[in-house]
Design a protein around this ligand. Structure first.
Ligand code: 5RP
Length: 228
């Protein structure tokens, strides 16, 4: 058995995801280090697709640098497939996302896509979501009240900082990272937190769960199917 580094596992699933890109159709592209491997691999088939719809300024820059045209969500219809990483994924395809602060646009592009192909190394597979601090994008004036709501659920919310200042997302908002949660019913949890005033997006992806996951493991890429 070969021992792969996490970076090599990410490269393997990024490459494997190419089989789900539909020639002649736009592809939805997520954000993060695993997706960066996918974007690099996608360059090999850029002449067979019209382009991509991107979930972040960072992915847009990488796509464009490789000569892959990027289209606005509003300029296109439904996408055949959305390919993105995850911070955690459970056995039902529900995920925690937002470690890269791109959760809102990720959820938007995922919702516009028929299939969500998750690409992840095996460290991301968990029995119950919540070990990874849950990212929640919030309107800044509501951050403290939302933090108190999470405390009632047993969570501890911290404002994400960058260079000592609150991180500002691509949408001009802030991120709370919430520890201490055990999200055993992701669908219900996502629906509830979505109702809280000031929450832009909660990083539980249950309504937009994965259709399948390409999981990088020590014995190769494992495909987990969850249904469309
Ligand atoms: C960004 C995300 C990423 O998909 C998630 O953080 C995984 O990133 P990586 O592939 O770097 O581990 O949700 O907002």
């Amino acid at each position: 058995m070969t021992t792969w580094t996490q970076d090599e596992l990410k490269a393997q699933v990024g490459q494997a995801a190419l089989q789900y890109v539909v020639p002649g159709e736009l592809v939805g592209v997520g954000t993060g280090s695993t997706v960066n491997k996918f974007i690099d691999a996608l360059a090999s088939m850029k002449d067979r697709i019209p382009g991509a719809v991107s979930s972040s300024e960072a992915s847009t820059a990488r796509l464009q640098a490789l000569g892959i045209p990027v289209f606005d969500c509003n300029a296109v219809g439904e996408l055949a497939v959305y390919i993105d990483g995850a911070d955690e994924i459970d056995a039902g395809g529900c995920m925690i996302k937002g470690g890269g602060a791109a959760l809102t646009r990720e959820k938007i592009v995922a919702a516009q896509s028929r299939r969500f192909v998750c690409i992840a190394d095996e460290s991301k597979l968990v029995a119950v979501l919540g070990r990874f601090p849950l990212p929640v994008e919030v309107i800044p004036m509501a951050a403290q009240r939302i933090a108190r709501e999470f405390a009632v659920l047993g969570g501890t919310a911290r404002l994400r900082l960058k260079d000592g200042q609150p991180l500002v997302t691509d949408n001009g908002q802030h991120i709370l990272d919430v520890t201490g949660l055990q999200i055993s019913n992701p669908l219900r949890f996502e629906s509830e937190v979505n109702q809280w005033p000031g929450v832009v997006t909660v990083g539980v992806f249950a309504h937009q769960r994965a259709s399948l996951c390409l999981l990088g493991t020590a014995t190769g890429v494992r495909t987990m199917e969850f249904g469309d």
